[in-house]
Design a protein around this ligand. Structure first.
Ligand SMILES: Cc1ncc(COP(=O)(O)O)c(C=O)c1O
Length: 474
């Protein structure tokens, strides 16, 4: 059969808000042109993130009821611990309330002021936690990762030459670990190959440095290895995931992605002495080591999610759903990061709206236009998120992207067709995208709280379509 069907049926439904253009215009104005400030009940299709927004399965929901809330040694912890051990092969498993708590715990314990922590491309919170202890997070993506239109199978790979040069030039004691993020969220959800991971392992062994995976999207990475790395084509996702974990000393996990849960995370590792130290530290902030800031029911749901995520039917559908959206936009001429990522499609805002300069915030303008046109919420990953001082002298950042992150098991193919239509409509009317300016910004993480406005009044409205969408102008 040629038609791809979702490998699940829907048991519980949640209505999604269908709004008019006039309502969205008012909402965006009230939100100061910042989509983080919008009430979610005015968003029709929410592609702000794929994190913590997964639809859980009937098995996971029933696990919530059988969760054991004992403070110490609950059977839900033992089941969770076994699931992580079976998946990773790591003996020591430490639950945390989400991924960044695992980062904080590990880095506060083994990273010191003045250290360097190289990686393929660190996620924001990973970078922030490294910098929090006075160390420097160093991104070493391959050069191709910086060229959105280049279509290569493993744009998440780490640049081996630059890693080798860094390890040669730096005293061993100043590099406590290397972190490889699978898939690389910072590089467009692109996968890392086993070949690259093996080579990184080789360098880490040669220089005596530990290697950790940021495994938030390990299953999506495993599936893309199966599709793209010839030596692994006949292997199961579980075998490939295990091969990835085998090459590292431990992992940091935000289970809000490939754990298929709404909250949860963990640290897992081989080193028993370090695990004991981490457990002592975690009591200060996260909780007792057998619950780690979570309820027993959350551990139960996570154990189940870590098994379900490796189902080949689920992964085939998941990766194809995202790829279909990316391929459809690409075929319509919309500039996107190629190839499609595992969890998201990234629009190249500067190529999308070449009439806007980098300081006109083209990504934010595009994200707002998509919301105004069809109620689709995306997120700008560009000048607004990564730029700093909001003045005419602000440095342009290297890439200006808009991310359409696809929640797991939440939206149907038809709903993603609606998204594709919305993006192509806005692309057809792209000259109407308005320059935006920042009116007010908080001192850190400005994209969450900034207030913005268009530099000139929006163009006159076009007629509203029956589904509430109208050809976009922002
Ligand atoms: C690659 C990666 N690492 C770590 C995190 C942080 O995880 P959490 O949001 O669970 O704290 C994220 C979150 O999006 C991520 O994408």
């Amino acid at each position: 059969m040629k038609t791809r069907i979702e490998p699940y049926k829907i048991k519980v439904v949640e209505p999604i808000p269908v709004t008019t253009r006039a309502v969205r215009e008012r909402a965006l104005e009230q939100a100061s042109w910042n989509l983080f400030r919008l009430p979610a009940d005015l968003v029709t299709i929410d592609l702000l993130t794929d994190s913590g927004v997964t639809a859980m399965s009937a098995r996971q929901w029933s696990g919530l009821l059988s969760g054991d809330e004992a403070y110490a040694g609950s059977h839900s912890f033992l089941r969770f611990e076994e699931a992580v051990r079976t998946l990773t092969g790591y003996a020591h498993v430490i639950p945390t309330h989400q991924g960044r708590a695992a980062e904080r715990l590990l880095f506060e314990t083994i990273v010191h002021c003045g250290d360097l922590v190289p990686g393929n491309t660190h996620f924001d919170t990973t970078r922030a936690n490294i910098e929090h202890v006075g160390a420097t997070a160093i991104d070493l993506p391959i050069a191709a990762a910086r060229v959105p239109s280049l279509d290569l199978p493993f744009k998440g790979d780490l640049d081996l030459g630059r890693l080798e040069a860094l390890l040669e030039a730096t005293p061993r004691a100043r590099v406590p670990l290397v972190v490889v993020t699978v898939t690389s969220n910072g590089c467009g959800g692109q996968p890392v190959s086993i070949e690259n991971l093996r080579a990184v392992r080789g360098l880490c062994d040669r220089f005596g440095v530990g290697l950790y995976l940021d495994a938030a999207r390990f299953a999506e990475n495993a599936w893309m290895i199966r599709q793209r790395e010839a030596a692994w084509s006949g292997r199961t996702p579980r075998e490939i995931a295990r091969a990835m974990f085998d090459l590292a000393d431990g992992c940091l996990m935000s289970a809000k992605k490939d754990g298929l849960v709404n909250i949860g995370g963990f640290l897992a590792l081989r080193d028993g002495a370090l695990a004991e130290e981490l457990k002592r530290m975690m009591v200060l902030g996260e909780g007792f080591p057998t619950y780690g800031g979570l309820a027993g029911r959350d551990l139960e749901a996570m154990a189940c999610g870590l098994e379900e995520v490796l189902d080949p039917a689920y992964l085939a559908d998941r990766i194809a759903q995202v790829a279909d959206l990316g391929d459809r936009l690409h075929a319509a001429g919309v500039p996107t990061v190629r190839p499609p990522g595992g969890h998201a499609i990234y629009l190249d805002s500067r190529a999308f709206a070449p009439h806007l300069g980098p300081l006109d915030l083209p990504g934010q303008s595009l994200a707002c236009a998509l919301y105004l046109h069809a109620g689709v919420r995306s997120v700008e990953i560009g000048q607004l998120m990564r730029g700093r001082n909001a003045s005419p002298t602000e440095e342009p950042v290297d890439l200006d992207l808009v991310r359409l992150a696809i929640p797991r098991r939440v939206y149907t193919c038809c709903q993603l067709d609606y998204v594709a239509e919305a993006v192509t409509d806005v692309y057809a009317a792209r000259e109407a995208l308005l320059p935006l300016e920042i009116v007010e910004q908080p001192p850190a993480l400005r994209h969450f709280g900034a207030r913005l406005r268009p530099r000139r009044a929006p163009a006159p409205r076009e007629p509203t379509r029956t589904n509430g969408a109208s050809v976009g102008q922002a």
